[in-house]
Ligand binder design. Structure first.
Ligand SMILES: NC(=O)N[C@@H](CC(=O)O)C(=O)O
Ligand SMILES: [Zn+2]
Ligand SMILES: [Zn+2]
Length: 430
């Protein structure tokens, strides 16, 4: 099977290609990137006016499968992913049951191969059942191909136990994905601790709730030598500490989610559960620092923290709603609109943050690049399309987004996974 993508603007941080080329795909591989390819093909895609990028690699999603299928499944999450141009995801282990041993890792990964349109890398928990008491079977999970561990949803509060987890991860060649939140300091907070929270009569979460654990986890990474990835950074001091840690040669990377670099707590106009997520929306000073971090390379990755919940769990007061918002189907458009179109990041930097850097962090040498020999995970993105985000067009079961009705520029026109077109023009392709 040969697919020829013609006249698209190829963006490839690896070869530095940044211009109009044709891309020839044969079976699951990119075989040629050149101007004016004349080869016969089974399918020809006209990408004139569109960017051709390596498929996005999202280091942080929740597919809720097994056990919470009413929120999302491997199938619906996979459809949401490819609708958003995301061809590989890391799925967090806070499912029911929690993914904490090798058998559970292989069960999900095997099922995902059949049920999901996107590539799913299932992460494992740090402790059994995410209970924070005993280490999960870290070695056993690595043996089944698990690339990293995370207690996402909470932090391992016992630093000694976490340190042992990090040592085990280091030994197994795994990454630690850190959710940074000192649970003893949350004190019932549901949004950022600021004047807006007071106006809404809601309890606040201070920046230090995140920052003290970021500091601790960086120091533990320094001591253990493990590869640490900081999830959903939201504060100015997280950026500052990550910048310093990198200067010191500590193996640590950081991600930012679109909602954290776009919205502040002042955007919460009423007590609406769709604005509730962990960590919370912060202040303009934090947003500015996150954006500066994205620009100067401190923040390596844009990830979604796609966290689908049922309508009844979200359409209620922030006091009662579940934490988390969906992101897979809005992330590329929001990033393009808010960062690229406004001249903050170049289109190439968008590709670095959404594909090349996360692929590098995972050690996936066949992904994150539109160049000869790589796996044909590709996204064709039309930057001319202007529209309003409509949650009713989501393939995800989760409609919980604060961006419903937002005007954006840039639309995923086509997504290819392993050389197969899986999404095109509003349709999932079987
Ligand atoms: N981000 C969230 O607010 N919620 C996530 C957990 C997490 O990422 O910490 C979830 O699982 O719903
Ligand atoms: Zn988290
Ligand atoms: Zn998460």
């Amino acid at each position: 099977m040969k697919v020829l993508i013609q006249n698209g603007h190829v963006l490839d941080p690896v070869t530095d290609r940044n211009g109009v080329y044709d891309v020839l795909v044969e079976d699951d591989k990119i075989v040629k990137v050149e101007k004016g390819i004349t080869a016969e093909a089974d399918k020809v895609i006209d990408a004139e006016g569109c960017y051709v990028m390596p498929g996005f690699v999202d280091l942080h999603v929740h597919f809720r499968d097994p056990g919470l299928e009413y929120k999302e499944t491997l199938k619906t999450g996979g459809e949401a992913a490819v609708h958003g141009g995301v061809t590989t995801v890391c799925a967090m282990p806070n499912t029911k049951p929690v993914i904490d041993n090798g058998v559970k890792i292989s069960e999900v990964q095997n099922r995902a191969k059949k049920e999901s349109k996107t590539n799913v890398l299932q992460l494992g928990s740090v402790t059994i059942g995410q209970m924070g008491e005993d280490l999960a079977d870290i070695k056993g999970m690595a043996r089944e191909g698990c690339v990293g561990i995370s207690e996402d949803g909470k932090s391992v509060m016992n630093a000694s136990l976490y340190r042992r987890g990090m040592r085990a991860a280091k030994e197994a060649g795994m990454i630690v994905f850190a959710h940074c939140e000192d649970i003893t300091m949350v004190e019932g907070g549901v949004m950022n601790a600021d004047a807006r929270a007071e106006e809404l009569g809601l309890k606040g979460i201070t920046n230090a709730v995140e920052d003290v654990i970021v500091a601790r986890d960086i120091l533990l990474a320094k001591e253990t030598g493990v590869q640490l990835h900081l999830c959903h950074c939201s504060t100015a001091d997280s950026v500052k500490m990550l910048r310093e840690a990198k200067k010191d040669g500590i193996h640590v990377t950081g991600e930012v989610c679109p909602h954290h670099f776009i919205l502040t707590s002042d955007d919460i106009i009423s007590d609406d559960g769709n604005f509730k997520m962990n960590p919370p929306l912060r202040t303009q000073a934090d947003v500015d620092a996150l954006i500066e971090g994205l620009k100067d390379g401190t923040m390596d990755v844009i990830a979604t923290d796609h966290a689908p919940h049922a309508a009844a769990e979200k359409n209620r007061s922030m006091k009662l709603a579940s934490f988390g918002i969906v992101g897979l189907e809005t992330s590329a458009a929001l990033t393009y609109t808010e960062l690229v179109d406004k001249g903050i990041l170049t289109p190439m930097q968008m590709v670095e943050k959404m594909s090349t850097n996360p692929a590098k962090i995972l050690g996936l040498t066949d992904k994150g690049s539109v160049s000869e020999g790589k796996t044909a995970d590709l996204v064709i993105f039309d930057p001319r399309k202007e529209y309003e985000i409509d949650k009713n067009t989501f393939f995800s079961k989760g409609k919980n987004t604060p961006f419903h009705g937002w005007k954006v520029k840039g639309e995923v026109a086509c997504t290819m996974v392993g050389g197969k077109v899986v999404y095109e023009g509003g349709q999932i392709i079987d």
